[in-house]
Design a protein around this ligand. Structure first.
Ligand code: BGC
Length: 619
């Protein structure tokens, strides 16, 4: 297998299917303000006057009229102060404050230069008024600034609305900023929290769960094994035929089923009953198999929630994350629950391994490439697992494993630190979530939340101004109505008129009447939110690498990070940003020893592999 040493440019592991479409996406230049080149905002395309050029306004009365309209707009739609501050950042020609203050300075200068007694208006105050009036009049007539009249368009209200919206975006941009210095702090805080979590149970918000996987698969695994992968709105059952070192995975069958939403917040026996029934049907459909006439089927159970493991085949649920909330399952042994449900279905199958999806990704990654040391999930939720030295785990009880290693499921989703860039939108999202105060890192970076953060930003803009026209507030107020695949589609929109953005806004939020500039602004919001997510995820990975002394200058041993999850796989901008950020943080030199790989479906395959490695039929 060919592999690249650099992190920028991911390589897929052999089982990953190439998605040529995602690679063909060209990188879209970022939307940036440049008031000196062309007028930034136009009125809505449906507005007939928006297509007028400034030449049409190149007459004194017309200019005067437009200037007065602008003044009116600024004073009716938005508070004059913020409007002026906005203008001073964006377009000095339209800056009322600047204009009036320069008049003040000029009048003061004039007052000192002239002898008050030698002029007819002797009082300094009247001089100031005179100069001010002249300044305002000059501003109204100044032709240079009128070339900006497209900014005003036919509707003064629209201009002020755009300015208000842009203020929200500018604040978001600033609050979501993740310069390298901040990311270094995040990586350092992550590494510290990891050490604290390894020291003692409850030592950190990051649980650092001992997985009881002390050996990763090496290719020698053989036999037919099953896997059950539960962690998102869908779950999958797999049947995997392993044929040893030479032939590896010779056959794999998968069935994916979506979980009815009511089961995600119902009770435990209903959820496990449903899953076991699908599994039983999957087995029944394969017909009679002589292979299992004298032995039990064996299953690797990927359960992608924080579980306190007590052995490789048992673990109690600490809490639910993502969209799950089934109270009676918390504190219970999830393997026992599944085993009972399978028995009720008359299914003779043994759970021979309970793992987290990150552990599965790590195992599947190292099955094909022994340099894989970290497994990361960037999908609906987010988390990472890695290989730790057993002696570096003070809380590990009993004998140290023979391999000297132990796979740790970090549960980094629960990481939080004062160095994280958290906005009012994140705070509100957290407060209204199923698990307030928890999974803060996950809420900033994972696929479940990115679309929701963007929706909240759009909602704020829409509540402040009329940039989206007449909007159905019910849609915009509906939580999770904008999903991460939607923002990915908008973010990657390559059409000249951002048609896909228009469609997504219309289909999801019933926002049907937007100008091109408004759509560009929406793309920028997606970009800000997604870049923050990708850069923070990269910082998390760097934190883990630093914790195990990898990816440092002079360290030549190759370290591969296997990543699975739809966010990383399908969101090209996200993936590219994560990879370039890794290089930025590790440095050109050190990053040569680090590679990232897409471990597509690693969690399912990994469960089957670990089940094989812990088979009851092994000598
Ligand atoms: C869970 C983890 C899981 C991750 C990715 C998080 O919400 O707490 O256990 O690995 O999602 O699925």
């Amino acid at each position: 297998m060919q592999s690249k040493p650099r992190v920028n440019g991911s390589i897929r592991l052999p089982w990953a299917e190439e998605n040529s479409k995602q690679h063909s996406l060209r990188r879209r230049p970022q939307f940036q303000f440049n008031p000196t080149i062309q007028p930034k905002y136009k009125t809505k395309p449906s507005d007939p006057t928006s297509r007028r050029t400034w030449k049409e306004a190149d007459s004194t009365p017309r200019r005067l009229f437009l200037r007065l309209r602008l003044l009116l707009a600024a004073s009716t739609e938005s508070p004059i102060g913020p409007a002026c501050r906005y203008k001073s950042q964006r377009d000095p020609h339209l800056n009322l404050l600047e204009s009036s203050s320069s008049c003040l300075v000029a009048s003061a200068g004039g007052f000192y230069c002239l002898e008050p007694e030698t002029v007819p208006f002797a009082s300094p105050v009247s001089w100031i008024f005179l100069w001010l009036a002249a300044g305002w009049f000059g501003w109204l007539l100044e032709p240079e600034s009128v070339c900006r009249w497209e900014l005003v368009g036919s509707s003064g209200r629209m201009v002020a609305a755009v300015m208000t919206a842009e203020q929200v975006v500018a604040a978001l941009r600033e609050e979501c900023a993740t310069p390298a210095s901040r990311l270094d702090e995040v990586a350092a805080a992550m590494a510290d929290e990891m050490a604290a979590g390894l020291a003692e149970e409850g030592g950190s918000k990051i649980k650092m769960i001992v997985s009881y996987v002390d050996n990763l698969p090496n290719g020698s695994e053989e036999g037919l094994f099953y896997a059950l992968d539960l962690g998102g709105t869908n779950f999958r059952v797999l049947r995997v035929q392993l044929a040893g070192r030479e032939r590896r995975v010779v056959k794999r069958d998968t069935r994916e089923v979506s979980i009815p939403p009511h089961l995600m917040s119902g009770n435990s026996s209903e959820l496990f009953g449903f899953i076991a029934s699908v599994l039983a049907k999957f087995v029944e459909d394969e017909g009679h198999s002589a292979m299992f006439s004298d032995k039990q089927r064996e299953l690797g159970f990927t359960f992608s929630f924080p579980v306190r493991q007590t052995s490789i085949t048992s673990g109690t649920l600490i809490k639910w994350t993502k969209a799950f909330s089934i109270d009676d399952a918390v504190g219970e042994d999830v393997v026992a629950e599944l085993q009972t449900a399978m028995e009720k279905q008359g299914l003779d199958m043994r759970v021979s391994a309970l793992i987290n999806d990150t552990v599965g990704t790590l195992a599947a990654g190292s099955y094909y490439d022994e340099d894989v040391v970290v497994g990361v999930i960037l999908g609906t939720g987010s988390n990472a697992a890695y290989v730790e030295k057993a002696i570096a785990i003070p809380k590990l009880e009993g004998e140290l494993p023979k391999s000297g290693n132990m796979v740790i499921n970090t549960e980094w989703g629960n990481f939080s630190s004062s160095c994280l860039p958290i906005t009012e939108f994140d705070q509100a999202l957290d407060k209204e979530s199923l698990n307030p105060g928890e999974q803060i890192f996950e809420k900033l970076i994972s696929g479940m939340y990115l679309g929701e953060i963007v929706r909240r930003v759009l909602l704020k803009i829409s509540s402040r101004c009329s940039i989206f026209g007449n909007v159905d507030q019910i849609k915009l107020n509906t939580q999770f109505i904008l999903r991460t695949p939607d923002i990915s589609a908008m973010h990657h929109d390559q059409t000249p008129d951002l048609r896909i953005v228009a469609e997504k806004l219309a289909d999801n939020l019933k926002i049907t009447d937007t100008s091109l500039e408004t759509r560009k602004m929406v793309v920028e919001i997606c970009d800000i939110v997604t870049r923050r997510s990708a850069r923070l995820a990269a910082a998390g990975i760097v934190g883990i690498l630093r914790k195990i002394g990898r990816g440092t200058p002079g360290h030549n041993r190759k370290s591969v990070v296997a990543i699975d999850g739809g966010l990383y796989e399908h969101y090209t901008e996200f993936r590219q940003c994560l990879e370039s950020t890794l290089t930025e943080l590790l440095g050109e030199d050190a990053s040569k020893s680090v590679a990232v790989k897409l471990a597509n479906d690693g969690s399912g395959l990994g469960a089957a592999l670990i089940a094989a490695a812990h088979s009851q039929y092994l000598n």
